[in-house]
Design a protein around this ligand. Structure first.
Ligand SMILES: [Zn+2]
Length: 211
């Protein structure tokens, strides 16, 4: 696949969004953006939220990184790309929902699990980043010490979503918006094996498969 594939893609995009009488971009989006949703998804090429959720341009403020991870709030820190994006989404754009979308077969979670089990996966940056999720591995094995292999990975991936969901609440600006009732937090898990989406229900403490 050559780089022309991407340029052809742009030509298609232009045809759909600019070369029509009613252009979403010309008529609305060039005045600014006001997305209602911020989505944190993995950089994995298979889980693009705009495609998976079939949204339109302008609908989703998308934050993507390795393993769809939200780091905990840190007072001192220099390069917090995810935290900066969250701050802008909540304080600048006033999004009404933050959705974390973890997924099956996540290489970032797999790297973390491998490292936690004494192996070596990932490089200088991946290891430090994904190790923020080590608690997900610990929780998965605490809940079921028998877990191993792919079953352990699937459990750790779901626990990673919950951990990132908890980390969201370490940011004051998020807590304040949730308390004010202007922001809701959601944890979802995309099972890419069978095209299923599971949503976390805090009332039952389970991921529920959407129909
Ligand atoms: Zn992933």
């Amino acid at each position: 696949m050559s780089i022309d594939t991407l340029l052809d893609g742009f030509r298609k995009f232009r045809k759909i969004y600019y070369e029509q009488e009613n252009s979403l971009y010309r008529d609305q989006l060039n005045h600014g953006q006001s997305p209602r949703f911020a989505v944190i998804a993995c950089s994995d090429s298979r889980v693009d939220p705009a495609i998976v959720l079939q949204s339109e341009p302008g609908d989703i403020f998308s934050i993507r990184n390795v393993a769809a991870l939200v780091p905990p709030y840190e007072e001192i820190g220099n390069y917090h790309g995810t935290s900066a994006a969250l701050e802008f989404a909540v304080c600048g754009l006033g999004v009404e929902h933050i959705v974390i979308i973890g997924h099956a077969q996540c290489g970032g979670v797999a790297a973390m699990v491998t490292n936690q089990e004494g192996g070596q996966a990932g490089g200088q940056f991946i290891t430090a980043w994904t190790n923020l999720l080590r608690e997900a591995h610990q929780r998965a094995t605490r809940i079921n010490p028998e877990l191993e292999g792919t079953a352990l990975l699937r459990a750790a991936e779901r626990q990673a979503v919950l951990l990132s969901l908890e980390n969201l609440t370490t940011f004051d600006f998020i807590n304040d918006a949730v308390t004010a009732g202007s922001l809701s937090l959601h944890g979802w898990y995309l099972n890419i094996f069978d095209g299923a989406l599971e949503t976390w229900n805090p009332a039952t403490g389970t991921f529920e498969r959407t129909t």
